[in-house]
Design a protein around this ligand. Structure first.
Ligand code: UD1
Ligand code: CA
Length: 449
């Protein structure tokens, strides 16, 4: 049986009160709709996304993860599905329809819906939830146990509002039944929209079978209509992500204050301490200690690293690297094995080879630093002359004395030393000691020094 998935994403999301289309609001570090697509992909590699409001932006965010149907005017969820008819009629036996504003719905749940429909073989199957708090969901009406209608909140009587069986907003339709039925929908009384949910009464009246799947994990049903819902979904997703990593062997001391994006990964026996955010395309190896009070964004951290009270952005740390507290790695900082960077250091667009030590108060920008270089407290690469950014190259085993100003462009040869407080304006040959302002060579060192 061929199954296709349709995601409804044309609505304006008025209740978000936002300039950004609702489904592009980020959740767990990526656009809400990308979570829906991940679930959809477990069934259909090319789901159909119905776009309308903010169509260009939505298409751009989704890219080649789906194909699109345009709903020029947003005349309701039934009308939205109707827009996919040309693309899907005769090409699928089953059509799964879900809302783009249900980002926590999992692929497994969609799969259950599909299996139920394959068993019951009725007009369609739908996902329901029993919950006192209705959150604006449609109420599922039953008569002698059989579902007979979905009543939208806006159209419900006081008595119907009491019903605690809710329509989550995901369905699996028999395509043969769906297309002609959609054509028979009439505008709703209050809003004048074509409600997809009116299909239930239509099927029930015709004596068709309707399958129901009850959602077990209520978190999955968190639909985003307002920013309050968005925060609830964020919290639920965070719980889910943290649980996943703990089950995979990561220690999270305080899950409530640990924010791991859906896209980040961690290795076994890594420990995450409180107030830590691991964002975007971030990958942490095994046996690390990350945090407390740390933000890592789009960065790669190797094994056995320690990152305390630091901000790391678009950077790479190899293995056994130890930074912080109060360290800042900026774009294209690359720290080799066993690099130690202590408090109040900043590294930007620079490579520090294995074993480099910079313990205190330093800025290193646009530099290439060789293995085992010692960078004394307060060292600064003066990389900007007011017009250009200039490079600094420091070869291996150099000893930079405390409070050295390295005025770039500059090349410091192997095994050289600078005296405390020196201002180095000219290249320093290998194994040479320079001191003063501006720094001058005072002696040569033996290779063994
Ligand atoms: C809908 C259901 C409701 C269900 C709830 C739960 C209908 C009529 N109601 O209500 O029973 O409990 O979802 O998720 O279906 N959309 C379009 N085009 C339109 C209108 C909407 O693409 O013309 C899209 C929206 O972008 C959104 C989804 O359909 O992703 C649902 O629309 P929304 O307005 O949020 O419906 P609800 O009021 O939540
Ligand atoms: Ca909704």
């Amino acid at each position: 049986m061929k199954t296709r998935v349709v995601l409804l994403a044309a609505g304006k999301g008025t209740r978000m009160k936002s300039k950004l289309p609702k489904l592009l609001h980020p959740l767990g570090g990526r656009e809400m709709i990308l979570h829906c697509l991940e679930a959809a992909h477990t069934i259909d590699p090319h789901p159909v996304v119905v776009v309308g409001h903010g169509s260009e932006q939505v298409r751009k965010a989704v890219g080649d993860k789906a194909v699109f149907s345009e709903q020029a005017e947003q005349l309701g969820t039934g009308h939205a599905v109707l827009q996919t008819k040309d693309a899907l009629e005769g090409k699928a036996d089953l059509v799964v329809v879900s809302s783009g504003d249900l980002p926590l719905l999992t692929g497994e749940t969609l799969q259950k819906l599909l299996e139920t429909q394959q068993k019951t073989k009725g007009a369609f199957s739908m996902l329901v939830l029993r919950q006192k708090e209705a959150r604006g969901f449609g109420r599922v009406k039953r008569r002698s146990g059989k579902v007979v209608a979905i009543v939208e909140e806006a159209e419900a009587t006081a008595k119907e509002l009491q019903i605690d069986e809710l329509n989550v907003g995901a369905y699996c339709f028999n395509a043969k039944w769906l297309w002609p039925a959609l054509a028979k929908l009439r505008p709703s009384a209050k809003k004048g929209e074509l409600y997809l949910t009116d299909l239930l009464a239509m099927a029930a009246k015709a004596g068709k079978k309707i399958g129901t799947v009850e959602l077990v994990d209520a978190d999955e049903s968190i639909g985003i209509n307002t920013r309050e819902h968005l925060a609830e979904a964020e919290a639920a997703l965070r719980r889910r992500t943290n649980r996943r990593w703990m089950l995979a062997g990561v220690t999270i001391m305080d899950p409530h204050s640990t924010y791991i994006d859906a896209t980040a990964t961690l290795g076994q026996d890594t420990v995450v301490l409180p107030n830590t955010m691991l964002l975007g395309d971030t990958h942490i190896g095994e046996d690390c200690v990350i945090g407390p009070n740390t933000v890592i964004r789009n960065s790669r951290v190797g094994n056995a690293c320690k990152v305390e009270a630091a901000v790391v952005e678009h950077a790479v740390m190899e293995n056994h690297v130890d930074i912080g507290p109060f360290a800042h790695l900026r774009k294209d900082a690359h720290l080799g094995d066993h690099v130690h960077m202590g408090n109040f250091g900043e590294v930007k667009n620079s490579t520090l080879a294995a074993g480099v030590k910079m313990g205190h108060f330093s800025y290193i920008g646009d530099a290439t630093i060789g293995a085992n270089v010692n960078i004394g407290a307060g060292t600064i690469t003066a990389n900007y002359d007011g017009e250009n950014k200039n490079p600094t190259v420091i070869e291996e085993n150099v000893f930079i004395g405390s409070d050295t100003m390295l005025v770039a462009p500059l090349h410091i040869g192997k095994g050289a030393r600078t005296g405390a407080g020196s201002v180095v304006t000219k290249d320093v040959p290998a194994h040479t000691v320079v001191v003063g302002i501006p720094a001058r060579a005072i002696r040569k060192l033996e290779e063994s020094d």
